[in-house]
Design a protein around this ligand. Structure first.
Ligand code: KG4
Ligand code: ZN
Length: 364
């Protein structure tokens, strides 16, 4: 039996500066504190995250955030067993800020340092929230991520497929902008869609007939743009009902695309005959009730339990990074001062590179 440990987690890969303290053993952990400083206000007027602004904000806020997490856990740095920090993938300036801070703390205190893949943090969240046993199937759907993974172990993930272009949250945000709704686009579209007709516009379900679990959302976004332009040129503008129908039809296309590929991912996963079949979703898009309900339906149809951890653990946070550290510590070596920050960092190093994903590879 592994001894319980207490880890400090640090996360700064996108637009959330976060620190947390987590205590426990693999599969049985308690969050002692979790502090997340969002930067939405800083980027709002630019229509997206500005990497330079994000990096500066991380470097200014990291020490206060870490102190805040230690204070909330009522612990001193000397009482921490190790430091876990996101070392990629992400916006490089932010990742560097976190890694440098973690190295400094490690050098000053002599505490072991563990570089954590941000995606492993998301993928291991069901272990933190519910102690879900391996192997489980995972769908990460957020503004930056879209992939199906089988989590075989704390550092063994099999990527079954994912988006070859935009992430679904990115598509929600862009489509909201196209049809005159506010940001973040996901919640705005979900609200507008409530009064809309999802069958009014027959938007495409990209890659539906392609075998495997890959998805694509950029063509869907273009289809919405064309439909909007046609409506505007016919009518001179969009009525509120048009906006609602566009939102509902787009949301349905995303939900059906995700559900269709989930059926395939479940087939592959269930062929492993897992003892306690579980399908978990994480990421901001998992907050969408239409999407969530459709995923739950296809999961339950195969007798697979469906799990969506609390939203605060699904979106970016440092508790998942500390938890990933606790999960991985027994299986890997600690890092040292050569730990580097990486903008791209695949979770599954065994799968071959995806076709059609551009020179730099698929988005996380
Ligand atoms: O996981 P998250 O907070 O941040 C990262 O992308 O890492 O996800 C944010 C994304 C945004 O694109 C937002 O529009 C989308 O999740 N989102 C939603 C909903 N709530 C947030 N998309 C669809 N429906 C929602 N209710
Ligand atoms: Zn993330």
């Amino acid at each position: 039996m592994t001894q319980p440990v207490t880890l400090l987690g640090i996360e700064s890969s996108c637009d959330d500066t976060a620190a947390a303290v987590v205590h426990g053993v693999p599969g049985n952990m308690e969050i002692l504190s979790s502090v997340v400083f969002g930067q939405t206000d800083l980027h709002a007027s630019f229509g997206g995250v500005v990497p330079e602004i994000a990096a500066r904000a991380h470097s200014e806020r990291l020490d206060g955030t870490i102190q805040g997490a230690l204070d909330a856990a009522n612990l001193d740095l000397s009482e921490i067993d190790a430091i876990a920090v996101t070392c990629g993938p992400g916006l490089i300036g932010g990742v560097v800020s976190g890694v440098m801070m973690a190295k400094g703390l490690s050098a000053a205190t002599g505490k072991p340092l563990y570089g954590i893949n941000h995606l492993a943090g998301h993928a291991l969240t069901p272990r933190l929230s519910d102690g879900v046993p391996f192997p489980y199937l995972m769908l990460l759907v957020s503004g930056g991520h879209c992939q199906f993974l089988i989590a075989h172990g704390p550092d063994r993930f099999e990527r079954l497929g994912g988006t070859i272009d935009d992430a679904p949250g990115e598509a929600f945000d862009k489509v909201a902008r196209l049809i005159g709704l506010g940001q973040p686009g996901g919640p705005a579209i979900e609200v507008a869609a409530k009064t809309g007709q999802a069958t009014r516009f027959g938007f495409p379900r990209p890659l539906r007939d392609k075998p495997g679990c890959d998805l694509s959302f950029s063509g869907l976004k273009t289809a919405v743009l064309r439909t909007r332009d046609a409506l505007v040129s016919d009518q001179g503008g969009l009525h509120r009902q048009d906006q609602a129908d566009l939102a509902a039809s787009f949301q349905m296309a995303v939900a059906e695309s995700l559900a269709g590929k989930t059926v395939r991912a479940l087939e592959r996963y269930l062929s492993l005959s897992p003892a306690a079949p579980t399908f978990c979703v994480a990421g901001g898009v998992a907050a969408n009730m239409t999407i969530r309900a459709m995923l739950e339906t296809v999961s339950n149809a195969t007798g697979t339990a469906f799990l969506a951890p609390p939203l605060a653990l699904c979106t970016d946070n440092a508790a998942m990074i500390a938890a990933a550290g606790i999960e991985q510590m027994p299986y890997r070596a600690r890092d040292d001062m050569t730990l580097s920050a990486r903008p791209r960092m695949p979770l599954d190093t065994q799968s071959s590179a995806m076709l059609g994903s551009g020179k730099k590879g698929a988005k996380a």
